[in-house]
Structure formats: C-alpha cells, structure tokens
Design a protein around this ligand. Structure first.
Ligand code: MV4
Length: 501
C-alpha cells in the first residue's frame, strides 16, 4: 500500500479541475501540465505547481509522454491521473508510467489493452454468461464465410472495426447485395483511422437505447457497480444529455445488467473506475457492447445519485486500498441529468464556434452543479474539444431534475460564442424525452434547426442592452410612446423564458 502525496493531472479544462479539487480534499498536492494555449486556464492557476509542456497542438503537449514523465521526475510526482481523452486509454502510456516507478490512477495496461479491442473484449466477456449481439467471434478473414454468417443472423447487419470508437469504421449492411461495398469501406476506414483493419459482424439492433453501468474495482478482486447512466440522446456519436437512473429499465434488469458489468470487469482482472456499455432493444433485451477504461465525461450524474466521489475512489484504489463501499450499501437516491454545453452552432450544423467568452455567467442554486474550465473573458482554443461546460442538476425525481435543468439553462448567460444551450433546451422540452419514449435515433428523428429559436444572449445582447438604454432615455422625453418602449427594458431573463417557453 502506498500513500499518494503528489498527483500530476495529464489533462486540461474541466476534468483537470475536477480531479484537482478531490485531490486537495484528500490533502494531496497537484501538478498541472499545460500547453501554450492554456497558459491562463483555471486548471493551471488552481494547481499547486504548473509546468508548460509545449505548444497548443496536443501531439506536442497533452499527448507528449516524454515531457509528462520528465515533469514527474523533476517535481517528485507519485501518481498520474489521465482524466478522459488524450492518454487516458493508452495502454502504452499506462505501461510507461508504471516502468517509471509511478502510479497510474486507472486500470492495468493489460486491462486497457484488452478492452481497447472490441473483439478481445467480447472474447474476454465470453468467459461469463453475458448477453452479446449475435455475430462473428473473431475478425473476418474470409468474406464468403462472413456472408454465410450474415445470412444466418439475418439482415440488416453491422460491420464494426475492432479498434473502433465513436462510430468510426461502422457500416450498416441492408442486404447481401451491399455486403462487399460496405465491407471495403469499413476496412479502409478502420485502416485509415486506427491502423488496424480488423472488422467483425453483428446483427444490427435498429432502435437501441444506450445504457452504461459504472463500476469500481480494487486491486484485491472486489468489484461493485454504481448503477446505470442513460446516454441515448446523442448526435453523431457525441452525447448530448445523460442521466441517472434510466427510466427505461426495471429494477430486475438493473440488477442483471449490474451483475453482467461486474463480470465483464472481472473477466479482465479490472481495477479502477470503468464503464460497461450495453444496448437495450425494444423487447428489453440488453447486450454487452464494449468497456471504457477511463473516468467518463458523464460521471457526475452517478456521483449525484449515489453520493460517491468517483475520483476519490480511483485514488484510493490506486493506493492499493480495499474498496470501502459494499454493493448492498449502495442505493439510488433521486435523479440527475447532465447536459454538455458546447461552443457549437446548432443552427449551422453544429459547426464549432470558438472565440472569446465575452459574457460568462453560470447558473447556480440548489441542485445545480457546473463543471467547467473557463472564465469570462477567456478564449476557447480551437485546438481542443469545444466543450465549454457540463451542467448537472439533481432533484428528488426526473421531472423535477428536468425542470431544474430548464431553469438553469435559462439562467446561463454566455455571449461571444454560439452554444448548444438552445438545442439542449429543445430536447428537454420534447414530449418524447419527457415521456422516456426515445432511443439513439432521437435527434435524427426529431431535430431540425428551425425547431429552435436562437437565444438572445449572443453578441447581440450588448447591442440590445444599448438599444434598451437609448429607448429608455427617449421614453423619458416622449411619454406617448411609453407602451412600446417599456418592453425592451424588462429583464432579459424573463424575455428568454417567454420566448423559449
Ligand atoms: C450497435 C448498434 C446497433 N446494433 N451495435 C455506436 C458506437 C458504438 N459504441 C456502438 N454503436 C452501436 N452499436 C449493434 N449490433 C447501434 C449503435 C449505435 C449507437 C450506440 C450507442 C449510442 C448511440 C448510437 C448511435 C448509433 C448507433
């Protein structure tokens, strides 16, 4: 057992801050690394020590293993937390960290390696009784053989890249006539994206829900699950809204899914925090798809409903401690929703709209949590993911959590960049979302840009304020037009609520 005294966070933005906050609560000192683009970021100021490791481009900074390890040596760091993205699921990095005599706050390189391959993951999981989508058990080498299997499974089928992620290298095949063409595309996409052309086949589940289970495992073989997150509301494989618990599953399915998730983790000797992904079909059948071996973006909703600090648990596990939480002590309390606020223009095909956060005023109040890494006046760099923040609400039940979220969205004031706030509000108000009658096709089925009204709080807001002031002064001189000019001086918060509601 080791006591970690100093952690380097190999990440940036909101997740770097998230990790540092817990470290500080545990009396562990923190080291930030940053690129030249992030010199003024809150995560740099928050850390006890901070070192610039290179230029803005990730490959020369946040992905630069040598530089990160050098900072660890120079500053006497004990452990590295990788956050999500960047080096978090890089088995080679985890191995290098270990070889440098440091603690990687995450799973073993071997677990990362196995779960990084969808085929290896399925093979590993097959040691236990875990439902999987019918398909091929290994990479396709013989096309004619694969076509036979596809015919047995029944079309439509899905070709997936074993090294895939984010929907890349994934192709739907409607009938045997399209098989060769789609196979060629899947393989060349897989080679181009991952340098690995291995693909396999699964039956295509038409309207699945995406449900994932959070697990925690210690280094002594104890594994627990912390229930599910519902992540079906996605746009082109980018999650938009996540919540916990899911309204789509019964307590019996939850328990069974939890058991399966623990077994998937056990099958590869997993320790640390991890997420086991399932899809749920229309008949409430669920199937294991893959496992993510990192702390996920949407982890806060699980923290809200369980009261467990997942980063704290990750650190304790990395120190070699036994899990202090027993499965039968865990319960779901209340409901939590998270929306991802991106600097993207929902009216223009979600084009990133990076720039300066001219106005940045966060919502607040009971049950509202904002995980962010920016401040008013800062530039959102073009080099990284354009996520501005995660807005999380927590309430007794789903309906109240949604209402609270709409209230919080309306309080959030951002100008200088266009954001996905209005888009999230559209989803939150939609009858299908409210009723729970939705799947991964929600956005393509229901969304078009004309369904949202642009918020009034972009750059034009400053202009609107100016006009209001001028009209007010005009109003003082010309009382006969009072009725018309009174409106613009109302609270803009009320305006927005009126306009959107
Ligand atoms: C599937 C599927 C339907 N049938 N597999 C997309 C990314 C990867 N994580 C797995 N994905 C899917 N696999 C079978 N056999 C549908 C999807 C899928 C999806 C899954 C989760 C969340 C959103 C999705 C959007 C489109 C397709």
């Amino acid at each position: 057992m080791t006591r970690i005294k100093k952690i380097l966070i190999a990440n940036r933005g909101e997740i770097a801050l998230r990790i540092m906050r817990t470290a500080r609560e545990m009396n562990i000192s923190t080291v930030a690394v940053f690129s030249e683009a992030d010199r003024k970021s809150p995560h740099v100021r928050y850390a006890d020590e901070a070192v610039c490791i290179g230029p803005a481009v990730s490959s020369e900074s946040y992905l630069n293993i040598e530089k990160i390890l050098k900072v660890c040596r120079d500053l006497g760091v004990d452990a590295i937390h990788p956050g999500y993205g960047f080096l978090s699921e890089n088995a080679g990095f985890a191995q290098r960290v270990k070889e440098a005599g440091l603690i990687f706050i995450g799973p073993s390189p071997e677990s990362i390696e196995i779960m990084g391959s969808k085929l290896a993951a399925k093979q590993s999981a097959s040691k236990y009784n875990i439902p999987m989508v019918p398909g091929t058990e290994s990479a396709i080498t013989d096309r004619e053989e694969a076509k036979k299997i596809a015919a047995e499974i029944g079309y439509p089928i899905l070709i997936k890249a074993s090294a895939g992620g984010g929907g890349k290298g994934m192709r739907v095949v409607a009938s045997e006539a399209d098989f060769d063409e789609q196979m060629d595309r899947a393989v060349s996409e897989a080679v181009a994206s991952f340098g690995d052309g291995s693909v396999f086949i699964e039956k295509y589940i038409l309207s699945p829900k995406h449900i994932e289970i959070q697990i925690l495992g210690d280094q002594h073989g104890n594994i627990i699950h912390l229930f599910e997150r519902e992540c079906s509301i996605q746009r082109r494989h980018q999650k938009v809204i996540e919540e916990a618990p899911s309204i789509s599953i019964t307590p019996a399915i939850r328990e069974e899914m939890g058991r399966c998730a623990i077994d998937v983790a056990r099958s590869c000797g997993y320790y640390g925090a991890g997420t086991v992904e399932f899809i749920l079909d229309e008949n409430q059948n669920f199937y294991f798809l893959e496992m993510n071996t990192r702390l996920q973006v949407e982890h806060p909703v699980t923290e809200q409903i369980t009261g467990v600090d997942l980063v704290k648990q990750m650190i304790l596990i990395a120190e070699g401690k036994h899990l202090e939480i027993r499965q039968d002590e865990l319960t779901i309390k209340g409901h939590s929703i998270e929306i991802r606020v991106y600097a993207e223009d929902p009216l223009n095909n979600f084009l990133p709209d990076v720039g300066k956060l001219v106005t940045y005023i966060k919502p607040d109040g009971n049950g509202v949590r904002v995980d962010d890494g920016f401040e008013q006046g800062m530039d959102i760099p073009i080099y990284y993911d354009p996520m501005i923040s995660k807005l999380i609400t927590y309430a007794d039940n789903r309906d109240d959590a949604i209402r609270k979220m709409i209230r919080a969205v309306d309080e959030y004031q951002i100008s200088g960049v266009r954001t996905t706030l209005s888009f999230c509000r559209f989803v939150l108000e939609h009858a299908a979302f409210r009723s729970g009658n939705f799947d991964t096709n929600f956005i393509s089925r229901y969304f078009s840009p004309d369904m949202i009204k642009p918020r009034k709080d972009t750059e034009s807001d400053a202009v609107a304020g100016l006009i209001s002031a001028i009209l007010l002064s005009v109003n003082k001189q010309a009382k006969d037009v009072q009725h018309e000019v009174a409106a613009p001086v109302r609270s803009r918060w009320k305006d927005r609520r009126h306009q959107n509601g």
